[in-house]
Design a protein around this ligand. Sequence first.
Ligand SMILES: [Zn+2]
Length: 432
Amino acid sequence: MSDRILFRGARVVDPASGRDAVSDVLVDNGVIAAVEAKASGSGATVLDCSGLVLAPGLVDLHAHLREPGREDKETVETGSRAAALGGYTAVAAMANTDPVADTAAVIEEVRSLAARAGLCDVFPVGAITKGLAGEEMAALGEMAEIGVRIFSDDGHCVPASRVLRNSLLYAKAFDIVIAEHCEDASLTEGAQMHEGLHSSTLGLAGAPAEGEEIIVFRDLSLARLTGGRLHLQHLSAAGSVELVRQAKAAGLRVTAEATPHHLVFSDGDLTTYDTNFKVNPPLRTPEDREALRAAVADGTIDAIATDHAPHSVEEKEAEFDQAPPGTIGLETALSAILTHLVEPGTLSLARAIEAMSTVPARILGTPDHGGPIEPGRAANLVVFDPQAEWVVEPPFASKSRNSAFLGNTLRGKVVHTLYRGELVVADGKTQR
Ligand SMILES: [Zn+2]
């Protein structure tokens, strides 16, 4: 493959510049060289993109790549492969590995694994507290100094308000983002699903929406108190959305994300006892789902993030109450959003790309991703066919297969992913 690639005649959707028009895009030596109605492609590999959409490569704020520690579930390499196939050129890797990413050394290890894989940029997230224990603050300053931008104890909430307050003060001092998994564990102990009508019918212990809302309220209060940058992860409840809406109206610098599975499914899907629908936070009611959809559409929820959470077949085939929560998501996120939110008209295509690329890139603080698609910018791009239908089934690039979308027919499929000017995915297949 030559260093020059000409994408011919794609619909270029680039929220950062406001562009939405059919155009040629020429990439040369890792950089976008031209965006023109008819670009000259002498010496370039020409890819016919008529009928296809070209957008900035997707950016995931929330993935569990499991390495170091649980390489049986996923590695940085297999997770990067899944990301590239899903159209992602950048992924934030959560800190709940073994050892926990609470020091610069673990951060550097994940970075070097990602560089070796070479399929997308991986931004390791630093832990807020040592060992995710919630007590002592991790080496935030040390990690911030080597460029870590987002900190999270994801998998756990930071239970002590005092610790979260201090971390938000650090966030302000170091210009970093504190991302929170909002869960009052004293209200969710033993919970298998959302607490409501379906949990009573199924006889499963439930987690009330209040378990999330209480922490959202507390965290917003502490963000106001400290002036630190707060990001709320995988929101699931209508009440949480309303609190974020009020906080934003009051001028608070807070951002929030929702996952494709919370935007597509609801607690009624648990009636099959399919453990792939067992996620944390749990799938909530159709009313909650509608509130999430409206919030993504109006920007109250800024970003769509996968919470890609690979688990082994043995673990997911355990009894429902023993199975760990989580679904993989990197390979299905774009298609799920196109099928369930863009096609029915809930989201415009431009807003979907903005929530999956432009805005998460901004939150991550990376200028190389999320557009604008303009000459001189790093060539991190995705090309997808909005009409292609496919059935979600193994094999996956991910080492795990615990997808909530298994067996679903989705419309819209990634064709090419260009990472720093290199076609890491061509015609739907990874190239290395
Ligand atoms: Zn979480």
